[in-house]
Write a protein that binds this ligand. Structure first.
Ligand code: GAR
Length: 212
C-alpha cells in the first residue's frame, strides 16, 4: 500500500459487484483517462445477469460470472478460492468492491492483504450493512454520505480512506437520497484508487493518513 508504483505502471484493479455497477462505471471512466494511474484487469460478479458484467463487456474488459454457491450472504470457501484464482490470473493488485453484496472471509482477505477496498453508502461507522441510505433516512439523520474503506473481517468496519457528506433534505425519499449519495460515490471511489495507486497513503492503526 505504501509503495508508490512507477509512473509508467498502472495499478491493476479487479472489480467485484452484484448489481447495476454504476460505481464500476465511474472506475472504468476514470481508468479511460490517460493520466489515471490504474487500469481494470477483470470484473467479476456473483450474479449471472448483473448489469455490471454488461458494462465490462462494453468496455472490452474481461467479464466473469462465478456462481456464489449455496449461501446468501457469503461465498462458499471453495468458491472464494475461485474468485481469488481469477483475480490472480489477471495479476490484480487491488480488489475494489463495487456493490458486491456478499461478505468476504479471512482466506480471501489473506490472499490480498490490505488490498481490498469497498464503497459504502453511509458515513461509517454510522449505518453499516444493507440499504444504509434508507437506514439514515429512517433514523432521521440530517447528514448522510458515503465512505471508501479498507475491507477487514468485520462488516463495513475497516480503516476509512475517503468520505463525502450529503445533506438529507426534508423532501427526500430513499430513492432521491441514494441517487445524491451515488453522485458522491462516483467521485470519491476513483479518488481513493488514485491515492492508493500513487502511494500517497499510509495506515497507522485505524487512521489512513496522507503522505507529506
Ligand atoms: C452503492 O450505493 C454501494 O455503495 C452499495 O451498493 C450500491 C451499488 O451500486 N454498496 C453496499 O451497500 C455495500 N454494503 P452500483 O452497483 O450502481 O455501484
Amino acid at each position: 500500500m505504501s509503495q508508490p508504483t512507477s509512473p509508467q505502471h498502472k495499478l491493476r484493479l479487479g472489480v467485484l459487484g452484484s448489481g447495476s455497477g454504476t460505481n464500476c462505471q465511474a472506475l472504468l471512466d476514470a481508468c479511460a483517462k490517460p493520466d489515471f494511474p490504474a487500469e481494470i484487469a477483470v470484473i467479476i460478479s456473483d450474479v449471472e445477469n448483473a448489469k455490471i458484467l454488461d458494462r465490462a463487456r462494453q468496455a472490452g474488459i474481461e467479464a466473469r460470472w462465478i456462481a456464489p454457491g449455496k449461501f446468501r450472504t457469503k461465498l462458499e470457501p471453495e468458491v472464494e478460492q475461485r474468485y481469488v484464482a481469477a483475480l490472480r490470473q489477471h495479476n490484480v493488485e487491488l480488489v475494489c468492491l463495487a456493490g458486491f453484496m456478499r461478505v468476504l472471509k479471512d482466506d480471501f482477505l489473506k490472499a490480498f492483504p490490505g488490498r481490498v477496498i469497498n464503497i459504502h453508502p453511509a458515513l461509517l461507522p454510522a449505518f453499516p450493512g444493507l440499504e444504509s441510505w434508507k437506514q439514515a433516512l429512517d433514523h432521521g439523520a440530517k447528514v448522510a454520505g458515503c465512505t471508501v474503506h479498507f475491507v477487514d473481517a468485520g462488516v463495513d468496519s475497516g480503516p476509512i480512506l475517503v468520505q463525502a457528506a450529503v445533506p438529507v433534505l426534508d423532501s427526500d425519499t430513499a430513492q432521491t437520497l441514494h441517487a445524491r449519495i451515488q453522485v458522491e460515490e462516483h467521485r470519491i471511489y476513483p479518488e481513493a484508487v488514485r491515492l492508493i495507486a500513487e502511494g500517497r497513503l499510509r495506515v497507522e492503526g485505524r487512521r489512513v493518513l496522507r503522505r507529506e
